[in-house]
Structure formats: C-alpha cells, structure tokens
Design a protein around this ligand. Sequence first.
Ligand code: G1P
Length: 291
Amino acid sequence: MSKPLRKVVFPVAGLGTRFLPATKVVAKEMLPVLDKPLIQYAVDEAVDAGADTLIFVTNRYKHAIADYFDKAYELEAKLHAKGKEALLALVQGTLPKNVRAIFVTQPEAFGLGHAVLCAKPVVGDEPFGIVLPDDLIWNGQGKGALRQMAELGDEQQAGVIAVEEVPHNETDKYGIVAATAIDERSARIDHMVEKPKPADAPSNLAVVGRYVLPSRIFQLLEQTVPGAGGEIQLTDAIDALLKEQGKVLAYRFEGTRFDCGNKAGLVRATMHMAMQDPTLEPTVRSFLADL
Ligand code: G1P
C-alpha cells in the first residue's frame, strides 16, 4: 500500500451486554483499566502508528466517547486555577493536538463489516487501520501492534491482519485464518472464515482486533451478504479481497493481548497494568498472597 497509514477506524457502536448493568449508561469502551478507559489505549496505539485522523463509528446513545475526547472547559479552568498542571495535562492529553477525531453513526447494528463500511466517506481512497478497543494489546516500551502492522503493510504492499493462536475449542469466537508461513511472525493468508465450529476450523490461528487494509475493502463490503450470526462480516470481505488480490498477510504481533470484551480479560488487564506500576505492584502482590 503506497501511502502511509493516517486514518484509523474504531468500531464502537456495540452494546457491551457482557458488562451490564454497568454498560446501561457507561459505554463499554469507557470502562477503565486502572485510570485510562479502554478507548484511550486504542487511540494511543493508533497515534503511535502514525494516525492523525481517528474515525469513531458510534451509535446515537454513546455520547461519552465524543465527550471524552472533547475539551472540558470547566474542569480545565478549575484545574488551571488551582495550579494542578499535571492533572490538566492529563485531561488535555486524551488526543494529541495534531490528531482529529471524527464521529460517524452506525444507524443499525448489522455487524462489524457494516460498522467499518460506515467510515467509507471519511477514509476515502487510502489504506487505513481498524482497531477494536476490546482487544487491549500491551507491548511495554516497544512498538504498538498497529505500528508493527503498518510498517509490514508498507514494506510488503499488502493488507495485514493481526492473529494469535487460541485454544481449539474457542474457534467459534473468532475469525480464523488458514495461512502459509513466511517467517516467524508473518504468513500469507490462504483463506478466512468467521467463527467456525472447532470441527470446521481450518486452524486455531485467530484474528485479533487489528487490521491494516486497502480502501478496496469498502467496495467488497458493499457486496458482502450477511454471514455468521446474520451480520455483514469484515472477515468475509477480507476473504473476497484475498481472492481478488491474492495477498493479505497474517501477522503475529509482538505484545500481549487482553480480551477486555469479557470480565476475565478486563480483570487480567487490570492486574497486569497494576503490576507494571511501581506504586501499585507491592499492594497487588501482597493482596494476592492474602487471597
Ligand atoms: C470480531 C471479528 C472476529 C475477530 C474478533 C477479534 O468479532 O468479527 O473475526 O476475531 O472481532 O476480537 P467480535 O468479537 O466482534 O464478535
């Protein structure tokens, strides 16, 4: 793909039913891992990858995400008046100054592919990234997963999908790829299928919520008929892209993924992040020992 990655799409229109009743009023993407909401981790990763235009595909109930990235006049004025400059910097730093946030509505929930298609008018004709904020990927001080993928996509002139191995009995929770290895981290995808039963799955290599794709995917999404779960599946459109262009890469990113779309994953992410924080680590350790 000849242009650098500038635009990243965040499909955030989901209802977050696994976290009810909290998600009755709190958008799932606003659930915190320590002091940062999930969406902030996702945005930080996109910015690290070079993005300057962030496109949030949201629904009419989720104003909190737009509010979170907006200016908070009253709060900022109060923090400034009290000389709390460190806190002010945190409040103002949710979005770097050179980065803009654009909000697009997905009028009805027809699936991930449909959500991505809603971003078509904003993305236009250039390669773009997709980040699913449920999947928090932590790589310490190293390059974020999306940046690793953008670099590979640029170098190989191909779409790149993040993958990792999952237990065989969990293939029906993921897009699954059949792929031919190129090297330790990358492989050429032969085909992809959305949420196959373990008996039908071509492998246990699962799609994780990061994608770098050419804009051609939008036309293919327009032609994609409802698939697994009766929804327009991004996986099916990528499979069509593969048949057309012959080259889409699967990439085993450097880093650890936490599936924060469920309670166990959110707990793991929270404990992991707490253990990285020297002011919390001793407390967590002794608390766990007591438990
Ligand atoms: C979506 C994709 C699936 C992918 C998963 C990663 O599924 O459709 O292919 O493996 O994200 O998190 P969802 O979790 O939205 O059902």
